[in-house]
Design a protein around this ligand. Structure first.
Ligand code: BDR
Ligand code: CA
Length: 311
């Protein structure tokens, strides 16, 4: 299995990312770390602890990280995820302690002691990941690659051109994109193909039990929000696409391209500028996922829920 640290801001779709990472035998989940994003840090951390409790993820550290972006300030997404960042979802109260150390310290310690390089999966703003790269350059060779949900080759969802995770901390994204480490970007191009339509609800119902019901309730809240805010009939389940791409690389079709993030544009701050046609002559720094094998993705995601429900 691939050793993975999952940095997230749960968040409905982050919950599914945690469940997939917890259940899939192809991942050795070393830690779950949190970053302010969909909600303030205390709320997303509380959610992470509840999700890990529901997933039976005892024995791995859950650590809280940055409560604001590198440049200060913090955007949240209550219109999509509700005030708790996970509205409409019934989860147990945490039975897992919060790690005494912060996310960067916990991740650094895991990297120091890891017997092989670790994959960092990031499904929230990239603040913690950037802080780790900035503060512990000695550890970069212990990072296998960074797989993140964020960005887009075209339109955004937080501003016309910026996707939420990148918009929430563009300076952090800039550090990650310039790091020279292997990167896989799972942006809106591919995550907007992971739509949770009625057949997903039917398959969750068929699994039965408490966890599947929790997942269905989460998707219902999230789906209503997407309908109201974006007019989309089915919600894109962004974050688990990044996890699926780790366990089953063929689930996404990627191209290698130079990717930069706009830091100063009047209308475009937080936009990922992806040179798909290679017109800049810049060196490619990331694999960019463009297409999703939808059937395979949903099989992986729903198998994960079934596995955890049976445990
Ligand atoms: C991203 O923003 C968040 O609201 C989701 O959890 C996902 O990580 C999608 O733009
Ligand atoms: Ca997220």
């Amino acid at each position: 299995p691939v050793p993975v640290v999952l940095d997230c801001d749960p968040g409905h779709d982050d919950m599914f990312a945690i469940l997939l990472a917890a259940a899939h035998p192809g991942i050795d989940l070393l830690a779950v770390t949190t970053v302010a994003g969909n909600g303030p840090l205390d709320k997303v951390t509380h959610n992470a602890l509840r999700i890990c409790t529901a997933a039976g993820l005892h024995g791995i550290p859950v650590a809280a990280g940055a409560d604001r972006a590198l440049a200060g300030g913090q955007d949240t997404a209550p219109r999509i995820h509700g005030d708790s960042a996970l509205d409409g979802t019934e989860l147990p109260e945490p039975e897992i302690p919060l790690a005494a150390d912060d996310a960067v310290t916990v991740t650094a310690r895991l990297l120091e002691t890891a017997s092989r390089p670790v994959t960092i999966a990031a499904t929230g703003p990239l603040t913690n990941v950037a802080s780790l790269l900035r503060d512990r350059p000695d550890l970069t060779e212990k990072i296998e690659r960074i797989v993140f949900m964020g960005g887009s080759t075209g339109r955004g969802n937080r501003t016309p051109l910026a996707e939420f995770n990148i918009w929430a901390d563009p300076e952090a994204a800039d550090i990650v994109l310039r790091s020279g480490l292997p990167l896989l970007m799972c942006g809106l191009d591919v995550t907007h193909q992971a739509l949770a339509g009625p057949e997903v609800f039917a398959r969750l119902r068929a699994i039965g039990g408490g966890l599947a019901a929790t997942c269905a309730a989460s998707l219902e809240f999230y789906g209503n929000a997407y309908r109201e805010v974006y007019g989309m009939p089915a919600p894109p389940l962004h974050d688990p696409v990044a996890i699926a791409a780790i366990v089953a690389p063929e689930v996404v079709r990627c191209v290698e391209a130079p990717v930069a993030v706009e830091l100063t544009g009047e209308h475009t701050r937080g936009a990922t500028v992806v040179d798909l046609y290679r017109v800049t002559g810049a060196r490619p720094n990331a694999q960019v996922a463009l297409e999703l094998d939808r059937e395979r993705f949903w099989d992986l995601m729903l198998d994960a829920v079934r596995t955890l429900a049976d445990r």
